[in-house]
Structures are given as structure tokens and as C-alpha cells.
Design a protein around this ligand. Structure first.
Ligand SMILES: NC(=O)c1ccc[n+]([C@@H]2O[C@H](COP(=O)([O-])OP(=O)(O)OC[C@H]3O[C@@H](n4cnc5c(N)ncnc54)[C@H](O)[C@@H]3O)[C@@H](O)[C@H]2O)c1
Length: 459
């Protein structure tokens, strides 16, 4: 039997070598079983059964390296859990064993779902990011491996918490994947290696654009009152900075991640501007969310290199959703369309003419599947795997650009990390009866960024 050394399955290696010791010697990985009782079945639970969570379940259950099963689901709201269960069952129902008694609803549902797992199993954390540290903390206490979606933080204080939790997870030997899936997109991996190898020379400039119409729940009218304001804010989390970091953090993080990765450095500061042109719906009702509809950011790296980012959610304006790198010898397309759409490419000089094409990627594998294959392989081979630090750093760099726009000030990386404004303290004790973290003002609006007026916090 041949073994793909970069990606061996436990079963493959054990069959080929005949023993745990021989397998470990051959590959350098620890081939003791996933669980102390010798079982190889990885049980999975999910917290946050929305769009991405449902996708992550499918990716998890489609990993091929050994037995895996979804056994528990948790969501704050019953309708979300039910629709996820129904939709996901159609695709991977054979690998699901989630009876009614292992479906949990409410703000403490995450504990109940994780309590169904054994140490070494996996919990998927796909709620809005505000809850990430709360759920991650409990997962570590239960010795669970974790897949968590991006962003992993939206402010300074919770970034510090997550950095510490990430270290705690490593000390406990836990494997943690973070949903910055571009890092598992083969075209971008190949591009990064080529840039590191000098194929475009020294990076001078990077730029990225995510410009389309209003998306997700980034625009909100006043709560009609059918649900509590807490529920309204969570269900419409792109509208509220405490829940998501707003459309800036939720939408723009992937393209910002490309720049950090290709440059192999974190920007030291950001200057930005932004505004809200469209302030009311077609019916004339005022939008009350916390987002601007255009953002323009200049990030600066320690060596002076610039990364320009434009974000816009305006219907009818030019649409563009891509990322580019410019070096002294040539230039590159990182993502041609969307968050990490290939092919990536390298061109001679600064014009992306086909006649100047030097390299173009051909891989078409799915980065959302690749990130899961990498996590589960690391668990089965007991190989170190922890993407939390990188997830926090990219989340912070994203927050830095957002805060620069929202305050009208230059924001350094250190200032973002040290900023003491925690957007929603006490989320670990939240119940359905708790007041919403954001309170509507007398003008009917939630507190909005006031660049140049409120300069040491975003709202
Ligand atoms: N990597 C990617 O390309 C990608 C794509 C989409 C979304 N995401 C990320 O995934 C996360 C979820 O986004 P989504 O689009 O799936 O949103 P969603 O609203 O569809 O799903 C979120 C789910 O979490 C539930 N929830 C909220 N608070 C909860 C809590 N405290 N406890 C339990 N459940 C709770 C909601 O009821 C909802 O079902 C976000 O962080 C988002 O940025 C990543």
C-alpha cells in the first residue's frame, strides 16, 4: 500500500506498517488512537446551526480519514436548529445520529451539546463571533478539538482572551482549526510559496476590493417588536458591532488575510475613511444599524509597504471582489473572485495582460473541505495544529481598519490590541432574559460611529 506522507490516514499507515510504533517511526506522527479507550470514532457536535455551520457539518462528515459522526446540535433558536437538521440530513444523514434528546436550544445549549462529547472529539463553533471565546473556553475545559469560524474576535479585550485560550489549547494538546479557509486554498498556497521564492520580487503594494450590494443582515430597520431586542440583534448580527464586528469584520476579513499572509507580516497601522450614503430604505424608513456603506483603508507595514482595501455595500455601483499583490518584478492575483476564487496567477511587470502571464494555478479542490481534512488528519495523527493565533491576529488587523474608519484616527496594531472597549462584556452569563448589549437611543438609532467626534472607541 502506498502512503501519502503529507496526508496519511491512520488506517492506511497502520495497515501498511502493522503497528502503532512502526507507523509513528515511519511518519514522525503519533499514531495512538483518537480516544484513550482505543476508539477511532470522532464524534462531532455543533454550536450555531446557521448557514456556515450547516456547511461545516457537511465538510466534517465528508472527511475520509476514519469514522466520524454528528451526535449533538445546539442553537440559540429552535427554528435555526430545525432547518439546519433537515437540510444537512439530506446530504449526510447517514453519518448523523442526533435524536431529539441531543438537540439543544438556548444560550446554555452549547454546554449541553459539548457535554455529549468525549475528550478528543470535535465541536464546531459557528455562532456569530461575539460568543467565540465563551464557547472555546468551555470546549477546552472538556478537552475537545475545535473548528471555529472567522472572525474569532471583534475587539481588543476578547482578542487577549482568545490568545490566552489558544495557548491553553496547545498546552492541552488540542487541535483547533479557524475558518480562514483561504489558507487551505491550494492556489493561494502555491502563490504564497512562489512569492516567498521571489517570483514577483519584493512586495511594494497590495490591494483588495469587496464591493457589491448590501449583503447578509448588514442593513437593519428598527426592531418591529415581535422578538426581544437581544434576539433581534443576534439574528441580524452583521448590523451590530458587538455581535460580528459589523459588515467590515464579517465580510472583509478574508481579503485582508491574503495581504497579511502574502507579506508574511502584520501591518503596524491603519488609516481609513468611510461613510453612509444610503440612510433609509426605499420606503423612507431609517436604517438603525451600526455599519457604514463604504470603507477605504490604507494599511502600512513596518517596512513602509502599503495595502489598500476598499469595501462597499451599494447597489448598482461597480462590483469587484478580488485581491492583488504587486512586487518589484511582477504582480499577482491572489483571489480572482470572491473570498478565494482561483485561478491565482503571476504576471511579469505590473499589467495583468495574458501575454505577460508567467504562472496560473490549476487546482480546483474545495478550501472548505481542505481545511477540515487538515484538521481531522492532525487529530488522527496527533500532529500539532492550532490556527488560533493567526485567527486572532487577522481578526485584530481587520478590527484595526474598521476602528480607523469609525473613529477617523490612525490606529496601530498595538492600540487595537490594547483598546479597552469590550463591545459586549459578560456574554458568558447571557440568558434569554438578559438585556441586549446595545440599547436604542432616544432618536431610535443604536449608537453609531461618529468619526472625529468619538475617537477613542467606535460607538
Ligand atoms: N469562512 C467563511 O467563508 C464563512 C462564510 C459564512 C459565515 N462565516 C462565519 O460563520 C459565522 C456564522 O455565520 P452564518 O452566516 O452561518 O450566520 P447564521 O446566522 O446563518 O448562523 C449563526 C447561527 O448561530 C446561532 N447562534 C447565535 N448565537 C448563538 C449562541 N449564543 N448560542 C448558540 N447558537 C447561537 C444563530 O441562531 C444561527 O443559527 C460567522 O462568524 C461568519 O463570519 C464564515
Amino acid at each position: 500500500m502506498s502512503i501519502d506522507k503529507a496526508n496519511p490516514t491512520r488506517r492506511q499507515v497502520l495497515a501498511a506498517t502493522g503497528s502503532v510504533v512502526a507507523a509513528t517511526t515511519l511518519t514522525g506522527f503519533d499514531f495512538s488512537s483518537v480516544h484513550p479507550d482505543g476508539s477511532d470514532l470522532i464524534q462531532v457536535a455543533i454550536v450555531g446551526c446557521g448557514g456556515r455551520g450547516s456547511g461545516a457539518i457537511v465538510n466534517a462528515l465528508k472527511t475520509k480519514s476514519g469514522p466520524i459522526k454528528l451526535i449533538a446540535m445546539a442553537d440559540a433558536f429552535e427554528d435555526r436548529l430545525k432547518s439546519s437538521y433537515t437540510n444537512v440530513s439530506k446530504e449526510v444523514g447517514a453519518l448523523m445520529d442526533v435524536p431529539e434528546e441531543r438537540k439543544f436550544v438556548g444560550f446554555d445549549a452549547y454546554k449541553k451539546a459539548m457535554d455529549c462529547l468525549k475528550p478528543g472529539d470535535i465541536v464546531i463553533l459557528t455562532t456569530p463571533p461575539a460568543f467565540r471565546w465563551v464557547h472555546f473556553q468551555y470546549a477546552i475545559s472538556k478537552k475537545l478539538n475545535v473548528f471555529m469560524e472567522k472572525p474569532v474576535t471583534v475587539d481588543g479585550p476578547t482578542s487577549k482572551k482568545m490568545l490566552k485560550l489558544g495557548r491553553d489549547a496547545s498546552v492541552a494538546g488540542l487541535k483547533v482549526g479557524v475558518g480562514l479557509m483561504s489558507r487551505h486554498a491550494v492556489p493561494l498556497q502555491q502563490l504564497q510559496k512562489r512569492i516567498e521564492g521571489g517570483e514577483i520580487g519584493d512586495i511594494m503594494l497590495m490591494r483588495a476590493y469587496r464591493m457589491h450590494g448590501p449583503a447578509g443582515t448588514m442593513q437593519s430597520l428598527p426592531n418591529p417588536g415581535k422578538v426581544s431586542d437581544l434576539e433581534y440583534q443576534i439574528r441580524r448580527f452583521h448590523s451590530f458591532l458587538w455581535a460580528s464586528g459589523g459588515c467590515f469584520s464579517d465580510f472583509y476579513i478574508h481579503l485582508i488575510d491574503h495581504a497579511i499572509w502574502m507579506k508574511n507580516a502584520l501591518p503596524v497601522s491603519a488609516r481609513a475613511s468611510g461613510g453612509r450614503h444610503y440612510k433609509q430604505s426605499a420606503e423612507g424608513v431609517a436604517y438603525v444599524d451600526q455599519n457604514l456603506d463604504t470603507y477605504s483603508v490604507e494599511y502600512t507595514f513596518a517596512d513602509g509597504t502599503k495595502f489598500y482595501f476598499d469595501g462597499r455595500c451599494v447597489e448598482g455601483a461597480e462590483g469587484k471582489y478580488a485581491s492583488y499583490i504587486h512586487g518589484t518584478k511582477g504582480c499577482a492575483i491572489a483571489s480572482r473572485a470572491n473570498d478565494c476564487g482561483g485561478p491565482s496567477a503571476i504576471y511579469k511587470g505590473q499589467n495583468m495582460d495574458e501575454s505577460k502571464l508567467l504562472w496560473q494555478s490549476t487546482d480546483n479542490t474545495n478550501p472548505y473541505q481542505n481545511e477540515w481534512d487538515a484538521l481531522v488528519t492532525a487529530i488522527r495523527t496527533n500532529k500539532p495544529f492550532n490556527e488560533v493565533r493567526r485567527g486572532v491576529e487577522t481578526s485584530l488587523v481587520t478590527s484595526m481598519g474598521r476602528m480607523a474608519a469609525h473613529t477617523g484616527q490612525e490606529i496601530t496594531f498595538d492600540a487595537m490590541l490594547e483598546c479597552e472597549h469590550e463591545f459586549a462584556p459578560g456574554l458568558d452569563t447571557l440568558t434569554s432574559k438578559s438585556p441586549a448589549p446595545l440599547v436604542v437611543g432616544a432618536n431610535g438609532h443604536y449608537p453609531q460611529p461618529m468619526p472625529g467626534v468619538t475617537t477613542d472607541r467606535e460607538f
